[in-house]
Design a protein around this ligand. Sequence first.
Ligand code: FAS
Ligand code: PHB
Length: 389
Amino acid sequence: MRTQVAIIGGGPSGLLLSQLLHQKGIDTVVLERKTKDYVLGRIRAGILETGFVDLMREAGVSDRMDKECFVHDGTVISFGDTEFSINFKDLTGSHVVVYGQTEVTRDLYDAREAMDGKIVFNTDNVTIHGADTDTPFVTYTTDGAEHRIDCDYIAGCDGFHGVSRQTIPLTVRREYEKLYPFGWLGVLSETPPVHEELIYACSDRGFALCSMRNENLSRYYIQCSLSDSPEDWTDAAFWTELKRRIPAKYAEKLVTGPSIEKSIAPLRSFVTEPMRWGRLFLCGDAAHIVPPTGAKGLNTAASDIHYLYNGLVQFYEEADREGIDRYSEKALARIWKAERFSWSTTNLLHRFPYQNEFDLKMQRADIDFLRDNREAQSVFAQNYVGLPY
Ligand code: FAS
Ligand code: PHB
């Protein structure tokens, strides 16, 4: 088989790139290790920057999102029983959209299948060959048979545990990582959201987040120990702990219910440089990870796709390599700013085991300054709604 762009990974990055390129008549094949149902069963991000929304519109897959999403003009930040709002619209003229990653991925799969997009599921042993030559190819096995795809370029959209990043020699790639001493225990419940906006809660007992997917599907998180497993937490224990971390006015009206999904995500900051090696480009979680506090994971994947898509179109339509030659530089410039914001909000709102009384006073002063200072809120809002591509 031959294609123009071989895409490894059928998550939001790979599917969005495939869909965008297809619209420009550029041929792709997507290789996905799992089944479509498995991919759609993962509960992950919930907040989309307007840049992501614009890309979904450009890809022609925004109809359901436009009908079903929530537009959020701000968020609530609380510390114990005190709270304040940050008004994105007032401070930046922009907003964010609440629409789950599961739905984004579902819409992209539906569009790819409606256009007979080539997606191969259950691929094993995906291996990238000759990425640093002018004749790269990818091999993989399905149902025990080996296959080969010759291509012009390879997009590594295969997430943090994929093969693409590992293909770049250690003599070429540099990795930057920070691990956090806690995780997020997340619960999905078919209950109405406790508030119309998200609540990022800092408390003496640790961080909590009240989010949502729709008017009867809520997503809640509490900071938890890395030694915890979801089975350690009954639904009742989760709800009790969540109520102890959010302001009483919300705890009193929280509608609880059975969890339909319960999982723990570790938190890490991670970046690989460069994001290109020859004809291999890394996108999304294959290249970088953020703690989800700033809602940047999926949104930095989107800006990577924006840069790579436009670079590939520039190459195929104008024989101009400037876009693909500058891909890594442009993507990393935005990624490091998102890493900073995600690291900063994680430090602002979580409890760290080593914090002493002075550290706690500094954290409280940081939150009080954000509460009282419009410029500080403007910096937060600009980062949260998404810095320019
Ligand atoms: P993905 O990991 O989504 O997709 C990669 C795909 O490649 C997967 O389908 C995988 O099966 C496939 N793959 C892997 N190896 C392969 C191989 N060798 N061959 C073929 N296919 C292969 N972000 C937020 O903004 N907010 C959140 O709350 C949030 N929560 C998260 C919770 C968890 C547990 C995780 C892991 C991430 C979370 N994220 C969150 C970040 C997440 O949303 C990512 O940013 C987003 O999934 C990035 O999309 P992709 O780059 O497509 O990677
Ligand atoms: C979510 O709804 O899953 C979500 C929202 C905001 C975040 C992280 C996760 O910062």
